[in-house]
Design a protein around this ligand. Structure first.
Ligand SMILES: Cc1ncc(COP(=O)(O)O)c(C=O)c1O
Length: 400
């Protein structure tokens, strides 16, 4: 063994332990859902992406098991060799229809979907302009692309973006990339304005709607639908690992020619196995349930709104918004960690604390996420647990 490797790894871990950033994941031994179990202890989960409560839905499980029995466990191939199965095509047609696109292509994750879309579409003659608070998968995809110029614009600052685009006359291609719903703030990109800006500057708009799909809009068709621009985004990406069953997988939805190009040349498509077929079958069932039961989306939106309102009534200050992500800024990283631990140990409530370097120093937060399968009593329990830990936290209250 390389002793230097072991020593530097140990030192990095010790530094994280010393500065309070070492993550200790809770280990679940029951299905994901508002009520789960961590090492034998019942917990209320308020930090999962299972927005519609479909991760443990018996119909999603049955569809996954059926896919397993019909098609086996693995694809054992990339798509173009012999890894494309009928359920992939069916799921892709359903996803395209859901988000109002001509076609869609699936990947094993949205991380890969973003990498595929951005690295394929951005060449040396391309400028990519990316929101400062975009997800890490976008940041890494832009970094890994051959784009000739990479610009990060301040979060949802369309004035700066407009100025940046105005000064780009000589560039062949311009791509503006944004999250639909921002994962750490729970706010949304102003898509109609971005579309107008992109059209004026002949730029391509790429939106990652991982936290919007299944959540935003009356039918859960995502942030574009919520903002009245369904079908108007050039390239949409999203995950199957959150509202759409919570298993895994991602997609790019776009005009048919763009999707075909990605399937021909995108490296995650050419050099990585296809989405497992049972997972595709489970996700397809989740999409079917979403379309058949829009009341789940209404319930999710109502619970998120109740949660925000209840927290405000309790004197706590969630960030404003209308998504299912409800962050409470608590300041220092150590404080977020302490509150998260107390919630878990004293109140059996699972809420993750996010600190530096995930979010800027001094803006550490607890990120609550609503789930359509929560009861009103679960929301009340969550609010009173937060009230209690805020009152007892040794580093001072976050009340207004
Ligand atoms: C905005 C956004 N994009 C992409 C991803 C990655 O999705 P996946 O887990 O499917 O790779 C996430 C997951 O956290 C996300 O929040």
């Amino acid at each position: 063994m390389n002793e230097g490797l072991i020593a530097t790894s140990a030192a990095a871990l010790k530094a994280m332990a010393d500065n309070g950033t070492l993550k200790v994941p809770p280990v679940l031994d029951a299905p994901q859902g508002p009520l789960s179990r961590v090492r034998g202890q019942d917990v209320l989960v308020a930090c999962s992406n299972d927005y519609l409560g479909l991760a443990a839905d018996p119909r999603v499980i049955a569809a996954t098991v059926d896919g397993l029995q019909r098609y086996g466990a693995g694809t054992a191939s990339v798509r173009f060799i012999c890894g494309t199965f009928t359920p992939h095509l069916e799921l892709e047609a359903d996803l395209a229809d859901l988000v109002g696109a001509e076609a869609a292509l699936t990947f094993v994750s949205c991380w890969d979907a973003n990498a595929a879309a951005i690295t394929t579409l951005a060449d040396a003659n391309t400028v990519v302009l990316s929101d400062a608070l975009n997800h890490a998968s976008i940041i890494d995809a832009v970094r890994g692309s051959r784009a000739g110029r990479k610009v990060v614009y301040p979060h949802v600052d369309l004035t700066v973006l407009d100025e940046a685009l105005s000064g780009l006359g000589e560039w062949n291609r311009r791509i503006v990339v944004t999250d639909g719903v921002f994962s750490m703030e729970g706010d949304v990109a102003p898509l109609p304005d971005l579309i107008e800006l992109c059209r004026r500057h002949n730029a391509i708009l790429l939106v990652d709607d991982s936290h919007g799909i299944g959540v935003m809009g009356a039918e859960g068709r995502g942030t574009p639908s919520a903002q009245g621009v369904l079908g108007d985004i050039d390239v949409l990406t999203g995950t199957l690992g959150k509202a759409l069953g919570g298993a895994a997988g991602g997609y790019v939805a776009a005009p048919a020619e763009v999707v075909e190009l990605l399937s021909q040349v995108a490296r995650p498509s050419l050099f990585s196995n296809a989405l497992p077929v049972p997972t595709a079958c489970g996700a397809r069932e989740a999409v079917r349930i979403l379309r058949a039961e829009p009341q789940r989306v209404a319930r999710l939106q109502q619970l998120a709104s109740d949660l925000r309102g209840g927290l405000r009534e309790a004197g706590l200050s969630p960030l404003p918004g209308d998504t299912a992500i409800v962050p409470i800024i608590v300041g220092e990283t150590a404080r977020a960690g302490q509150m998260s631990r107390e919630l878990r140990e004293q109140h059996r409530v699972l809420v993750t604390g996010f600190g530096h370097p995930v979010v800027p120093e001094g803006t550490a937060r607890l990120r609550l996420q609503a789930n359509a399968a929560m009861s009103e009593a679960n929301v009340a329990q969550l609010i009173s647990a937060l009230e209690a830990v805020d009152a007892t936290a040794s580093t001072g209250s976050v009340r207004r």
